[in-house]
Design a protein around this ligand. Structure first.
Ligand code: HEC
Ligand code: HEC
Ligand code: HEC
Ligand code: HEC
Ligand code: HEC
Length: 203
C-alpha cells in the first residue's frame, strides 16, 4: 500500500505521537493533581510574603491575619487592608511591596495561590479542630519557621483517620503563637477522638 520509506516515516510519527501523548497525559495528571498528597507543594506567590519574618521575628499571631479560622469552616488568606495596617508606613517604598500597594490603590485582591486544598467531596471544618485545642502546627507544621510556606502533611483520608483514631500521637496542643484563645482547663483534659464514620467527612 505504502512505499516502504513513507511507511517507515508514518510508523515513526505514530510511535512518536504516541509517546508525546503519554508524556502529555502524565504531565497533565501531575500538574492538575489536587494539592492532596502534594507534600512539599510550594507555588510561586505574587508577593514574597515571609512567615518567618512576620510570625517568628515580629511576633504577629496567626489569627491576626487568618481571622476566620477560629469561628468558621474555612480559614482565609488576609485581605490587603491587613497588610496596609503596617505597610502604609513600614517599608512603604519597598519594591517587594509594589503589588501590595497597587492592590490597595486599585481595590483588587492579590492573586495568592492556594496551597492546601481538599477535593470538593471531603468536608473539613477548621473551627471545630481549633476549638478542641489542636494547634495549627499539628496539620501545617511550624509555619513560623517557614520563610516560604509549603504543604507539610499529605491531607489524605488515611492521615485524617490516623489522627482521629490516635489523637494523642498527632495533636500538638494550642500554642501561644497561634493567638487562639483557649480555656487552659481544656488543654489539661484528654483530647477526644475524632469521628470515623463516612458521613462525618462525606455529606
Ligand atoms: C504588624 C505589622 C505588619 C503587617 C500586618 C504586615 N507586615 Fe510585612 N513587614 C512588617 C515589617 C516590620 C517588615 C520589615 C521586616 C524587616 O525587614 O526587618 C515587613 C516586611 C515585609 C516584606 C519585605 C519587604 C522588604 O523590602 O524587605 C514584605 C514583602 C511584606 N512585609 C509583605 C507583607 C504582606 C503581603 C502583608 C499582608 C499579608 C504584611 N506584610 C503584613 C510588618 C508587617
Ligand atoms: C502578617 C500576616 C500573616 C500572619 C501573621 C500569618 N500568616 Fe499565614 N499567610 C499569610 C499570607 C499573605 C498567606 C498567603 C501567601 C503565602 O502562601 O505565603 C498565608 C498563607 C498561609 C497558609 C497556606 C494557605 C493555603 O493557601 O493553603 C497557611 C497554612 C498559613 N498561612 C498558616 C499560618 C499560621 C499557622 C500562622 C501562625 C503561625 C500564620 N499563617 C501567620 C499571612 C499571614
Ligand atoms: C486538623 C488539621 C488542621 C488544623 C489544626 C489547622 N488546619 Fe488549616 N487546613 C487544614 C486542611 C485540611 C486545609 C485544606 C482545607 C480545604 O481544602 O477545605 C487547611 C487549609 C488552610 C488554609 C487555606 C485556606 C482554607 O481555609 O482552605 C489556611 C490559611 C489555613 N489552613 C490556616 C490555618 C491556621 C492559621 C490554623 C491554626 C489557627 C490552622 N490552619 C489549623 C488542616 C488544618
Ligand atoms: C491532628 C489531629 C487531627 C487531624 C490531622 C484531623 N482531625 Fe478531624 N478531628 C480531630 C479531633 C481530636 C476531633 C474531635 C474534636 C472534638 O470532638 O472536640 C476531630 C473532629 C472532626 C470532625 C467532626 C466535627 C464535627 O463537626 O462534628 C470532622 C468532620 C473532622 N474532624 C474532619 C477531618 C478531616 C476531613 C481531616 C483531614 C483532612 C481531619 N479531620 C484531620 C483531630 C484531627
Ligand atoms: C475523617 C474524615 C474522613 C472519614 C471519616 C472518611 N473519609 Fe473518605 N476521604 C476523606 C478525605 C479528606 C478524602 C480526600 C483525600 C484522599 O483522597 O485521600 C477522602 C477520599 C475518599 C474517597 C476517594 C478516594 C480516592 O482515592 O479518590 C473515597 C471513595 C472515600 N473517601 C470513601 C470513604 C468511606 C467509604 C468512608 C467510611 C468508611 C470514608 N471515606 C470516611 C476523609 C474522610
Amino acid at each position: 500500500m505504502f512505499d516502504s520509506k513513507i511507511d517507515q516515516n508514518l510508523k515513526r510519527s505514530i510511535v512518536g505521537g504516541g509517546t508525546l501523548l503519554v508524556v502529555g497525559v502524565l504531565a497533565f495528571y501531575f500538574l492538575r493533581h489536587p494539592a492532596v498528597m502534594d507534600v512539599g507543594y510550594r507555588p510561586q506567590q505574587p508577593v514574597p510574603f515571609d512567615h518567618l519574618v512576620h510570625v517568628q521575628q515580629l511576633n504577629i499571631k496567626c489569627v491576626y491575619c487568618h481571622t476566620s479560622v477560629e469561628n468558621s469552616a474555612h480559614s482565609t488568606v488576609p485581605p490587603t487592608s491587613t497588610c496596609m495596617n503596617c505597610h502604609l508606613v513600614v517599608k512603604r517604598d519597598s519594591e517587594k511591596l509594589k503589588l501590595v500597594r497597587e492592590s490597595h490603590e486599585k481595590g483588587v485582591a492579590i492573586p495568592w495561590v492556594r496551597i492546601h486544598r481538599l477535593p470538593e467531596y471531603a468536608f473539613f471544618n477548621h473551627s471545630r479542630h481549633i476549638q478542641s485545642g489542636i494547634d495549627c502546627a499539628s496539620c501545617h507544621g511550624e509555619v513560623e519557621n517557614q520563610a516560604v510556606i509549603s504543604q507539610k502533611k499529605s491531607l489524605t483520608m488515611g492521615w485524617c483517620l490516623d489522627c482521629h483514631r490516635n489523637p494523642e500521637e498527632m495533636v500538638i496542643p494550642t500554642r501561644e503563637i497561634s493567638g487562639v484563645d483557649i480555656d487552659p482547663q481544656l488543654l489539661k483534659s484528654e483530647i477526644p477522638k475524632g469521628p470515623t464514620h463516612c458521613s462525618a467527612c462525606h455529606h
